[in-house]
Design a binder for this molecule. Structure first.
Ligand SMILES: Nc1ncnc2c1ncn2[C@@H]1O[C@H](COP(=O)(O)OP(=O)(O)O)[C@@H](O)[C@H]1O
Ligand SMILES: [Mg+2]
Length: 249
């Protein structure tokens, strides 16, 4: 059984069809990238999976639950987590407290009290390598450290599907490579499926994703294994604009 089934989902904003009859599946523990030019509908697709927007048409099944009409918090309880493009930690709360918040609002939900959530947070702080910063206010961290806290907060929700919005925007190639290794490790150790939305960082797509969904004008252009997708003439034409070899770095 796939982890998530997206069936003929459409989302309109007034007359604009932002997501146009899209279907695809996400399997347990896989990494997939959603790419496409600006305005293709990627963020809207993310928001539909997450429950920020509800689909106008179509269906979304998470494991065996029809979540089509579920708001975000109910999807979070079932195990759909996300990170935001711009991390906004509670600046005066500590790194540990920020991550604990994820534990209290995630899949473990109401079973977790504050002390347990703080203990859970320590596991993820170690995982992201921020133990020395554990009791410092999150507001004082560097942008990359804030991004790591954002990821740890999402992981503390114990998702089975982690949606990452622009996870690697603004990172240099060394940090991208580190992040790719970190995410693959998480996928393998915690058995989490990861769907990353990546804009124009082919290094991250090629390194991380097993499969790529390319969107164009709201529709699904291709859904293929990564190397096929990156060398697909249709993808090169609408998205890459030049031969794929240049992106295989
Ligand atoms: N909340 C909204 N209200 C109206 N139009 C929107 C809204 N969000 C996105 N759109 C429009 O939907 C289309 C897809 O946008 P988006 O999903 O943000 O694309 P991408 O993330 O691929 O750049 C764009 O034309 C955008 O202007
Ligand atoms: Mg976007």
């Amino acid at each position: 059984m796939p982890l998530l089934k997206v069936r003929n989902v459409t989302k309109r904003f007034g007359g604009l069809v932002a997501v146009d009859d899209i279907s695809f599946e996400i399997r347990h523990g896989e990494t997939m990238a959603i790419v496409g030019p600006n305005g293709a509908g990627k963020t809207t697709m993310f928001n539909l999976i997450n429950g920020v927007f509800l689909a106008d048409e179509g269906q979304m099944i998470f494991e065996d639950v029809d979540v089509t009409h579920f708001p975000s918090y109910r999807r979070a309880h079932l195990g759909i987590g996300r990170t935001f493009q711009i991390p906004r930690p509670f600046a005066s709360a500590t790194v540990r407290e920020n991550i604990a918040i994820g534990g209290m609002f995630g899949a473990a939900g109401s079973e977790v009290n504050v002390d347990e959530a703080l203990e859970m947070a320590d596991h993820y702080i170690e995982l992201i390598g921020l133990t020395p910063h554990r009791d410092k206010p999150a507001g004082g961290l560097t942008p990359i450290e804030k991004k790591m806290v954002e990821i740890a907060r999402a992981l503390a929700m114990k998702p089975r599907l982690l949606l990452m919005d622009e996870a690697m925007a603004g990172m240099n190639p060394t940090d991208i490579d580190k992040m790719v290794e970190f995410l693959k490790d998480i996928r393998d150790k915690e058995g989490i499926a990861i769907v990353a939305m990546v804009e124009h960082i082919m290094r991250a797509v090629a390194g991380l994703a097993e499969r790529v969904l390319v969107m164009h004008q709201g529709a699904k252009l291709v859904d293929e294994p990564t190397q096929e997708a990156l060398s697909d003439p249709k993808v090169i034409e609408v998205y890459l604009g030049k031969p794929a070899e240049e992106f295989h770095a």
